[in-house]
Design a protein around this ligand. Structure first.
Ligand code: HAM
Length: 418
């Protein structure tokens, strides 16, 4: 019996893992300078948490959740995103008692039962950030600049920042009515899902991926045309702060988020290089969510970066220099033991050192050193054991340097060559 990973779910192996580590490491550094602290959240939560935050009529909740009953008969779901869990934890641990803004980040797998294709997976990874307690649009601009800085420092260029405002509970009813008015005589031609959403949550119709629905909703009104004074001012100030920070963006009034919890600012970072799965990161404000979950009224906003998508953008230009510093080869049993001990001593000094096992011939040991791409090799034989010195061979230039057969001396020489 041979097992394979599930459809849309992948292993992440070297050399790709180096790109993942590079992105994660860079993101951690940037988060630190913006005052974000890491939070680790469970990958499984009560199903209701996601239904109530992401929205009953969203594609995620209607079609994409990994939901099942646990042995106690409770409905649980593998998290399709991080914000709902974050807000649950924020309230559960009274994090709102810390001085605002409370800024957190997380990294980890999310699960959506989508139709897999390039850039769209059933288990995928996000780096997410959430900033709580401030409704000032300077916070929105700061968050977008943080995102832009992460993407820039990992090495991505030419990304588009698209922003819009989707209003709040004050201005949404007027927009909803205008949208329903626009759709009323066409709705019969929309897919069954959209027809159902027409009464329940017509805004979701704008997010439907069915080609005939996309075609028929062309020319529909935009949230941005219906903003109340508070939302309009918030959006205008956000734009002026983005200008102040020299962050280029475009206003995209057609931008619709697939999750129901958003208010006011919504944004997406897109690229032309990934085909239809063109969003590498996305986010926005959710000023009503904490209160809806029973916490004190607290504004919040955040984003999530799709790891696989930025990994695939970085893949081509990425050079990995992860090779052993030294491969120790040997001839004979006594030399094998010396090599074994020397490898251990050098590893304790923080160097990546390899040696052979069993009774491999010198030729096969050297072949392995070449395959691993080792920077240096040494060969320990009877002569070296007797003389107490060994030739350290630079595998790039072929140059040899004689050093004493001793961990301290070899480590010193290896560090010089770095
Ligand atoms: P989202 O737009 O659903 O937002 O996902 C954010 C990013 O995750 C997307 O732009 C995309 O890069 C990546 N992504 C989503 N689904 C998949 C998939 N099936 N396969 C690969 N990558 C995917 C959220 O998840 C919100 N929680 C973001 C947020 C945080 N808003 C406020 N705070």
């Amino acid at each position: 019996m041979r097992f394979k990973s599930l459809k849309g779910i992948h292993d992440i192996l070297p050399p790709d893992i180096h790109i993942w580590q590079h992105i994660e490491g860079t993101a951690r550094d940037v988060f630190r300078s913006y005052g974000y602290r890491e939070i680790r959240l469970p990958v499984i939560e009560s199903t209701d948490l996601f239904i109530r935050s992401i929205g009953e009529t969203s594609d995620i909740v209607e079609k994409e959740m990994y939901t099942f009953l646990d042995k106690g008969g409770r409905s649980v779901t593998l998290r399709p995103e991080g914000t709902a869990s974050f807000v649950r934890a924020y309230i559960e641990h009274h994090l709102y008692n810390e001085p605002p803004p409370q800024r957190y980040y997380y990294m980890g797998p999310m699960f959506r039962y989508e139709r897999p294709q390039a850039g769209r997976y059933r288990q995928f990874y996000q780096i997410g950030a959430e900033a709580m307690g401030v409704d000032d649009p300077r916070m929105d601009a700061e968050l977008i600049s943080l995102l832009s800085e992460i993407l820039r420092t990992v090495g991505l260029e030419g990304l588009r920042f698209e922003i819009t405002s989707i209003g709040c509970k004050v201005c949404r009813p007027a927009f909803r009515e205008a949208l329903k008015g626009f759709l009323s005589d066409k709705i019969g031609g929309f897919c069954a899902d959209c027809q159902r959403r027409y009464d329940k949550n017509p805004l979701r119709i704008l997010d439907c991926k069915v080609p005939q629905c996309i075609e028929m909703r062309k020319g529909s009104p935009h949230t941005i045309e219906f903003l109340c004074n508070g939302c309009r001012e918030h959006f205008e100030r956000l734009r002026s702060y983005l200008d102040l920070l020299h962050i280029p963006y475009t206003v995209n009034p057609e931008l619709v988020r697939g999750l129901d919890y958003y208010t006011r600012t919504a944004f997406e970072v897109t690229t032309d290089l990934l085909g239809s799965q063109n969003a590498v990161a996305a986010g926005g404000r959710y000023d009503a969510l904490v209160e809806e979950f029973g916490g004190p009224s607290t504004p919040g906003l955040g984003f999530a970066i799709g790891m696989e998508r930025i990994v695939s953008l970085l893949k081509d230009g990425f050079k990995v220099a992860e090779v052993p510093e030294l491969v120790i080869c040997f001839v004979g049993d006594e030399a094998a033991e010396r090599a074994f001990l020397l490898a251990q001593e050098l590893r304790l000094k923080g160097l990546w050192v390899e040696t052979g096992y069993g009774d491999a011939s010198l030729k096969s040991q050297m072949r392995r050193a070449n395959r691993l791409g080792a920077r240096y090799t040494i060969v320990i034989g009877e002569d070296e054991l007797r003389s107490g010195s060994v030739d350290l061979k630079d595998m790039g230039s072929g140059e040899k340097t004689t050093v004493s057969l001793d961990a301290e001396a070899i480590a010193g020489e290896l560090r010089k060559g770095r």
